[in-house]
Design a protein around this ligand. Structure first.
Ligand SMILES: NC(=O)c1ccc[n+]([C@@H]2O[C@H](COP(=O)([O-])OP(=O)(O)OC[C@H]3O[C@@H](n4cnc5c(N)ncnc54)[C@H](O)[C@@H]3O)[C@@H](O)[C@H]2O)c1
Length: 267
């Protein structure tokens, strides 16, 4: 059966979302090359390559991208941490991925950005991707920088990227905030597929969120992707609303970024 790509590189393959997408990407490529700094399950055959790599290692990332046709870049620090840790994995790592893409002629990147690039907006404000960013920490800043890098590599080198500002992608929402920010695994898989397959994306930014009732984000500027979420957090509302309500003065309870907005300082 012919597939749209011969080989897709997946970074962050050992992580929560990486484990889901390692499986799902098999539908779009003859070979999925999975990479991470952490332990990955062994290869299950020629179609399922495993190549450990630290994203901070420029030569290592260049080798990772050899004979690759598209990159799904999830690897990096995924929570708020001291700047020095974020710098290596997320900022240098992003640069290494794009330099390798340039050197190997790879024309499509799907980048796991985050809702934390706009985390300092109040929860009652609806945003689209043209809203000025308000990163809520070093992690959010690294994702904002990653989005800028994607814009640069498109205009300078023609490498197209879809940046997914993922909300909260877990098997089910865990708290009231996630009733708005939840992205189901099924919708994540569909969104990544659209990001890989849609024509002429240039650099498109899209919020990665399911069709939840109380959304904070509009994807009106990403309609060309054809992303049509099927799931909703409503299924879990009763269960979540049985949990104790957070105090309104709890850090971050009024802000889109939630607890990330109150993390640090780290000295
Ligand atoms: N899950 C979510 O709700 C969510 C929300 C917003 C954004 N994202 C982003 O999506 C991506 C995947 O998220 P996740 O929930 O699977 O996170 P995760 O932390 O489970 O996975 C990230 C993976 O990156 C790897 N990694 C970290 N530093 C590395 C380095 N220097 N070199 C190579 N690999 C390194 C880790 O070992 C880990 O396996 C991340 O980039 C995250 O920031 C996720």
């Amino acid at each position: 059966m012919s597939k749209p790509f011969n080989r897709i590189l997946l970074t962050g393959a050992a992580g929560g979302l990486g484990q889901i997408l390692r499986e799902a990407l098999q539908a779009h490529a003859h070979i999925v090359r999975s990479s991470d700094i952490g332990a990955m399950t062994p290869s299950r055959g020629e179609h399922d390559e495993v190549m450990p790599c630290n994203l901070a290692d420029k030569a290592g990332v260049a080798a990772l991208c050899k004979d690759v046709d598209a990159i799904v870049h999830l690897g990096g620090v995924s929570v708020e941490r001291p700047f020095e840790e974020i710098l290596q994995a997320n900022i240098c790592g992003m640069f290494h991925v794009y330099e390798a893409a340039r050197q190997h002629g790879i024309k499509r990147v799907v980048f796991a950005s985050s809702n934390h690039v706009t985390g300092f907006y109040p929860q009652d404000v609806e945003l689209d991707v043209h809203a000025l960013r308000r990163p809520d920490g070093y992690y959010g800043l690294s994702k904002a920088y990653g989005e800028d890098m994607a814009t640069f590599y498109f205009h300078r080198y023609g490498i197209e990227t879809v940046s997914l500002r993922i909300g909260s992608s877990f098997p089910e929402p865990r708290n009231r905030r996630m009733l708005s920010t939840w992205l189901s695994y099924g919708d994540l898989e569909h969104l990544v597929a659209r990001a890989l397959l849609a024509d002429k994306v240039e650099h498109t930014v899209v919020y990665g969120v399911s069709a939840n009732r109380d959304l904070w984000w509009s994807n009106r500027h990403a309609a060309h992707l054809g992303y049509a979420p099927q799931d909703s957090s409503e299924l879990f509302r009763a269960k979540i609303e049985r949990l104790p309500a957070p105090a309104t003065d709890e850090p971050g309870s009024q802000l889109q970024g939630g607890p990330f907005t109150a993390a640090g300082p780290f000295d």
